[in-house]
Design a protein around this ligand. Structure first.
Ligand code: ATP
Ligand code: ATP
Ligand code: MG
Ligand code: MG
Length: 874
């Protein structure tokens, strides 16, 4: 077996609208082609032994063991690899289940599609699945050690991909609320929402976290003085910088017990609490001083009680937790060291911040803390007796959290709110030491020890004891108060022909509303009036540039087939999905071989349109109209024919449509008619002579109308949009050369050719075509091009492209000529392979008031030639 290509999809795609995260592995089965699993001796048994958990895969039979049954009875290797890739991820802790395997037009080559949670892990699982199955085929098994290694690697990839527990709580809630989020390239920076409505977070810092407040919170001494001045109880203490100040400082705070900590520390580093002797104080001083960047050390009175964390978001107390340092409780039999092992067996405990709890580490600190309680690791603890292994209560050093949100005294809530206002933080964790949070701090001699910016959420979202609190929800309520948008309207345009033109027109109409429009096309990415980046930007990465942009109010995205196929859509859903037409083009590329497959591919845009949104469909194109059955959004049809039965039926049911009738473009809703404009006043329709442009304009009108754009503004947009050669080179650029006109167009497939013919046939006068076609099209497409040309032109000059894309000289021209003669054996034509020469001949041959249509290889070169001719005439 050989993996030919691996794609990573990230949005609605050809394989699934619902499952966005998919790996597509193009796999050549090679010698395993047409070999069913039951014909490979020992395969079923081997697979069963290596991955017995595959019994959980139902597969098509629909019951437990269903998949393994199919392996026993005989199924193809691609299908098996799909299931193995899913199972490997599952065993490594990633819940995935969706998969598909389909043959391609190439013998023995399959597309194996399966879900992932982390893309690197997904691709890894695909490779491992191939390795595993190949090994079972060759040797009857897969070494246990290899499997363990694979799973370990997968687990590692998954844990590296995790965004951290606090961020997870926020994005889980964002998903719940259908607020889109994007990971930005700066470390840990996350965008919530799109365009102008976006907000950013970094762990639990937000757009609203003031730099002044964060700086103040990080300065423990500054925080304490500000709070003390406000009458809030804080530890009595002082700051020193030199060792010889220590003795006096201890006296100042009222003698032992004391706490010594670094001025600028965090996560409990360098802190010693409950110091009762000069000897301990000396040690603690060194520890703190070494941990402090500034070498400054805080000496404080030690307050008895337990550690509490009050989380305040947007001015409200949303959660309270009591934190207990890492500890074990005796059972009367086990040593402390054994008790630690037992405690660490809790499946909720892991390493670092990724699990609900962290394992207790047996290190020097733990041994020291034990010593101060007169124990060592081998001591057997009496039943029920508790010893601590850490002085501070951080979860990251093995502590636990008990939810106390419902117990906090109202006066303490009042106090906490004032604390946070004084510091100025939007999201803050207040550390309070008190024996009982359900009593006012005044009564318990409790104190506010510090205020944390970017507090961790883990202890509230997943407390060890008590109710989990939806702290992520509180953050989202602040960033997106109920009723405020997180998204901007997304209008996505697809089809075989006319995407760029329609995208530009829609953007132009929306611009009449005064909003900032971001749009992507085959020529580049634009925001407002300016080009951001030149190039063919019709894929998801370019779309993301628009969605990430904080100035953009409306996104209009040309969505071409290549991008959908390669990576899926850039968004989970759009507000308007426009499908202009589906015609044979690019067939045979990317395993899209039939027009039906191409239709499914374009239909992704229609199907990803939100249920509240509109799907704008061409009622005159059977395949496009047929997409109506598969969409969730509301439907709006456009048609060039008011008698179109699909349209008629739709209108009878009171629905939205646009139609070209009696020379007018109109929007209809049931029996209501809004006349938008007469075609001859819409420049892109070339005085009403280019029917396909009228169709594009109808689609654009509907897209704007569906988004609530005023009819008057739509009209204004239609009237003022020009297909100038500067703005849209190669798209219906008409030049007046005095005696005759020249049309430069980039029609490059039979359907666009036919559309062009619709205009050319409307031309009153001599019609000359300078024609050719790209060499990578199929023979029959080039012949068809010839036939269509013969229908529209009085005289043809057949040329060829400089870049022949693998064909012999003259081959393309001869195929086109073959078509011309099939259509009309009497047709008049020249065969002039050089494009420049062919264009010159066109200018010579055309009669007065005639039209020369040039289908150039290079638009810029042809344009230069036309401009030179224009200058000569002028
Ligand atoms: P973190 O980053 O985890 O909040 P930190 O390094 O910022 O820790 P502090 O919050 O100042 O340090 O102290 C850590 C813990 O030590 C407190 O939560 C509290 O349990 C204890 N502590 C600190 N100062 C005192 C004090 N004066 N009296 C009693 N306990 C204290
Ligand atoms: P591409 O796939 O190259 O990006 P596109 O779909 O963006 O093409 P446009 O650039 O808007 O299409 O138009 C290219 C050519 O297609 C036009 O110059 C015209 O000849 C033809 N065309 C435009 N609209 C239509 C239509 N609705 N039906 C058929 N042909 C069209
Ligand atoms: Mg603290
Ligand atoms: Mg385009």
């Amino acid at each position: 077996m050989k993996i030919l290509k691996t794609l990573t999809l990230r949005g609605p795609n050809y394989w699934s609208i619902r499952y966005h995260k998919l790996i597509v592995m193009r796999l050549d089965l090679e010698d395993l082609d047409e070999r069913y699993s039951n014909q490979i001796s020992g395969f079923y048994e081997g697979l069963n032994e290596v991955l017995p958990s595959l019994v959980e895969h139902y597969c098509s039979p629909g019951y437990r063991g269903g998949f393994l049954e199919r392996v026993r009875e005989g199924t193809l290797m691609g299908h098996i690899i799909e299931h193995v890739a899913l199972e490997l991820q599952d065993l490594a802790g990633m819940r995935v289940g969706f998969g598909r395997t389909r043959e391609t037009a190439e013998q023995g080559v399959y597309n194996v599609v399966f879900e992932y949670m982390d893309e690197r892990a997904g691709r890894y699982a695909g490779r491992a699945a191939v390795r595993l199955c190949q090994s079972i085929v060759d040797t009857g098994t897969y070494p246990q050690a290899e499997l363990e290694q694979d799973l370990q690697d997968l687990r590692e990839l998954w844990s590296n991909a995790s965004l951290g527990p606090s961020t997870e709580t926020i994005i889980t809630e964002a998903d719940e609320r259908k607020i889109p989020w994007i990971q930005l390239s700066a470390r840990a920076m996350l965008q919530l929402g799109y365009g102008v409505h976006q907000k950013r977070i970094q762990a639990t810092l937000s757009d609203y976290s003031s730099i002044l407040a964060v700086e103040l919170a990080c300065d423990k001494e500054g925080t304490k003085t500000i709070l003390r001045d406000a009458g809030i109880p804080v530890p009595q203490g002082t700051v020193i910088q030199y060792f010889d100040e220590l003795e006096e400082a201890i006296e100042d705070v009222g003698g032992y017990p004391i706490v010594i900590k670094p001025l600028d520390g965090n996560h409990g580093r360098g802190i010693t609490i409950d110091i009762n002797s000069w000897e301990d104080a000396q040690q603690a001083y060194d520890l703190a001083s070494n941990a402090a960047k500034t070498r400054s050390v805080i000496i404080e009175r030690y307050y008895r009680g337990s550690d509490h964390r009050i989380l305040v978001v947007n001015g409200e107390v949303v959660a309270v937790a009591e934190r207990v340092p890492a500890h074990v409780t005796g059972d009367g039999r086990s040593t402390i060291s054994e008790l630690i092992d037992i405690t660490n067996e809790d499946p909720r405990r892991g390493d670092g911040h990724d699990n609900v709890l962290t394992r207790i580490t047996l290190d020097k600190t733990a041994i020291d803390v034990l010593k101060r309680q007169n124990y060592d690791l081998d001591s057997v603890l009496p039943k029920g007796e508790r010893v601590f292994l850490r002085a501070t209560a951080n979860l990251s050093t093995g502590g636990i959290a008990i939810d106390r949100t419902d117990e906090i005294h109202p006066e303490n809530i009042w106090l906490a709110k004032r604390v946070v206002k004084h510091i100025g933080l939007d999201i803050a964790g207040i550390d309070v030491v008190t024996s009982d949070i359900s009593k006012p701090l005044r009564e318990t001699d409790g104190v506010v020890v510090e205020v944390n910016a970017a507090p961790g959420f883990r202890m509230h979202a997943a407390p060890s004891v008590g109710l989990p609190r939806n702290v992520g929800g509180a953050v989202l309520d602040m960033l997106f108060p109920p009723g405020t948008p997180s998204r901007i309207p997304i209008i996505s345009i697809t089809g075989t022909n006319g995407k760029t033109t329609t995208t530009r027109l829609i953007a132009h109409i929306f611009r009449q509303t005064g909003k900032v429009i971001g749009y992507t096309t085959t020529d580049g990415i634009y925001i407002g009036d300016y080009l951001v980046e030149k190039g063919d930007t019709t894929g998801p990465q370019s779309a993301q540039v628009i969605l990430r942009d904080p100035t953009v109010e409306v996104a209009v995205l040309e969505t071409a087939r290549g991008g959908i196929l390669r990576a899926g859509l850039a968004f989970d859903s759009c507000d308007v999905g426009v499908v202009l037409n589906v015609a044979a083009d690019h067939l045979g590329i990317g395993d899209i071989n039939t027009i039906e497959q191409l239709t499914s591919l374009k239909s992704v845009v229609a199907e990803a349109t939100s249920p509240n949104g509109y799907v704008v469909l061409n009622a005159d194109d059977e395949r496009v109209a047929g997409m109506a059955e598969r969409v969730k959004g509301k439907i709006a049809y456009f048609s060039m024919n008011s008698e179109n039965p699909v349209l008629q039926d739709h209108l009878r049911r009171g629905k939205l449509a646009a139609v070209y009738e009696n020379g007018y473009l109109s929007i209809l809703e049931g029996s209501l008619t809004f006349r938008i404009e007469e075609a001859k006043n819409v420049p892109i329709t070339m005085g009403g002579m280019a029917p396909f442009m009228i169709a594009n304009a109808l689609a654009a009108c509907l897209a704007a109308f569906a988004q609530g754009v005023d009819v008057e503004l739509i009209r204004q947009g239609l009237r003022t949009f020009n297909l100038s050669a500067e703005k849209t080179p190669g798209r219906m650029n008409l030049f007046d050369l005095g005696q005759y006109h020249v049309l430069l167009d980039y029609a490059h497939n039979p359907a666009s050719y036919e559309a062009l013919g619709g205009f050319v046939k409307n031309w009153q006068g001599d019609r000359v075509g300078v024609i050719g076609g790209p060499g990578d099209r199929r023979d029959e497409d080039l012949i068809q091009l010839g036939r269509l040309s013969a229908q529209m032109f009085d005289y043809m000059i057949v040329k060829e492209d400089y870049d022949r894309r693998g064909r012999n000289s003259g081959e393309v021209a001869d195929l086109i000529i073959k078509g011309i003669l099939q259509e009309n054996p009497e047709a008049q034509y020249d065969r002039i392979l050089d494009e420049q020469e062919a264009i010159n001949t066109g200018f010579e041959k055309v009669k007065d008031d005639g039209l020369v249509v040039i289908l150039p290889e290079s638009v810029t070169t042809a344009m230069k030639r036309i401009e030179a001719e224009q200058a000569k005439q002028g």
